[in-house]
Design a protein around this ligand. Structure first.
Ligand code: AN7
Length: 349
């Protein structure tokens, strides 16, 4: 088999040795999709990095393959995470493959259905708490201090190391460094990881420029934009419903060192982009992922991004993760009689 996942592909950039057991579902190598529609709309060259095509349907697999492999190497028997959904889905699957227990703490009622079904089906011990993600992460930190469980949230540095391979891949696929690199920001691990990846390619002379890191938070959950934690974060994009990001400082460093920005998009703007990407480009991503495209459109409108720029937007998770939002915001099927005349009439034939 030629493609062996992100650890084998980028082994020399990663903290692994021949002793590290590689726990992989052959994650990574996701499509970088050029969008003619978005390019014409924005007068830029726009590519979508479709991380929903990872084995568990989100970018988290890049970091999880390394975090779980290193936990296995260390001899850990159990891993734990707090999650808005995707981390738990990924942790549950990789822990299952590594024959380890997985403990998941989620905010009650705020996890998209697809993600919850994954954690359940992969046999994680799933606990929901009356609290938000930030409180769940606090609990997980304490559990990690007191008990023999390995934390696999992005406060685990191996998660960031694995996720930086996304940056390598974007350059390897595109053969160029984007001018603007757009992505959603929640706990801020991914923007931290991508920036680390781009800088490492730069330091290794693989690339000779760096992208402007352009992050987007949901307006109701925008602590980095506001400059203070948000106690009761809210947004329809539950994946990024986070009020006190763990990687806050490194996200600011990525923003400032790259000459980029972290700004906010409203839920309406997110849903509009979500529908546009699905309905006009043909790529189905979850609402949080659409924040990257919503943000690009907004900053173009505001004149903050010039014409003719090379732009990559990361679509962090698959649309099937959150069927409820699709059904709620999308068009409704129309009931008709089961005969050709009825269909033809509807189609105006
Ligand atoms: C689809 O799963 O935090 O800024 O617990 O699922 O690196 O946190 C998910 C985050 C963007 C934000 N898009 O990334 C979790 C979790 C999707 C996500 C983010 C998440 P970070």
């Amino acid at each position: 088999m030629k493609y062996k996942g992100v650890i084998e592909t980028y082994r020399k950039y990663l903290p692994v040795t021949e002793k590290t057991p590689v726990i992989t579902f052959y994650e990574g190598n996701t499509p970088l999709i050029h969008s003619k529609y978005l390019s014409e709309l924005t007068k830029c060259e726009v590519y979508l990095k479709y991380e929903g095509a990872n084995p568990t349907g989100s970018f988290k697999d890049r970091g999880m393959t390394l975090a779980i492999s290193k936990a296995k190497e260390k001899g850990s028997k159990a891993v734990i995470c707090a999650s808005t959904g995707n981390t738990s889905a990924s942790a549950a699957a990789y822990a299952c493959r590594a024959d380890m227990d997985c403990i998941v703490i989620i905010p009650k009622g705020k996890i998209a259905l697809g993600k919850l079904s994954q954690a359940i089906m992969h046999g994680a011990k799933v606990f929901e708490v009356d609290g938000n993600f930030d409180q769940a992460l606090e609990l997980v930190r304490e559990m990690g201090e007191k008990y023999p469980v390995e934390i696999v949230n992005s406060i685990n540095p191996f998660r960031i190391e694995g996720q930086k391979t996304g940056a390598f891949e974007v350059y390897d696929q595109l053969g160029a460094v984007p001018d603007y690199f757009c992505l959603p920001v929640g706990n801020a691990g991914n923007i931290t990881a991508y920036w680390k990846g781009f800088k490492e390619y730069f330091d290794n002379k693989k690339i000779s420029k760096l992208p402007k890191m352009t992050g987007f938070q949901a307006a109701g959950s925008a602590p980095i934009v506001l400059g203070h934690p948000v106690n009761n974060p809210e947004t329809i994009a539950t994946a990024i419903r986070i009020g006190n990001p763990a990687s806050w400082k490194t996200a600011e460093a990525a923003r400032d060192q790259s000459g980029g920005s972290i700004t906010s998009v409203t839920d309406d703007e997110i849903i509009e982009a979500y529908k546009l990407v699905a309905g006009k480009v043909g790529v189905f991503c979850e609402p949080a992922s659409a924040a990257s495209v919503a943000g690009l459109l907004k900053r173009r409108k505001e004149g903050k991004i010039p014409d003719q720029q090379l732009v990559v937007c990361v679509l962090t998770g698959h649309g099937l993760k959150d069927p409820d939002t699709a059904i709620k915001t999308g068009q409704k099927p129309k009931s008709i009689l089961c005969n050709t005349a009825a269909v033809a009439r509807e189609l105006g034939y």
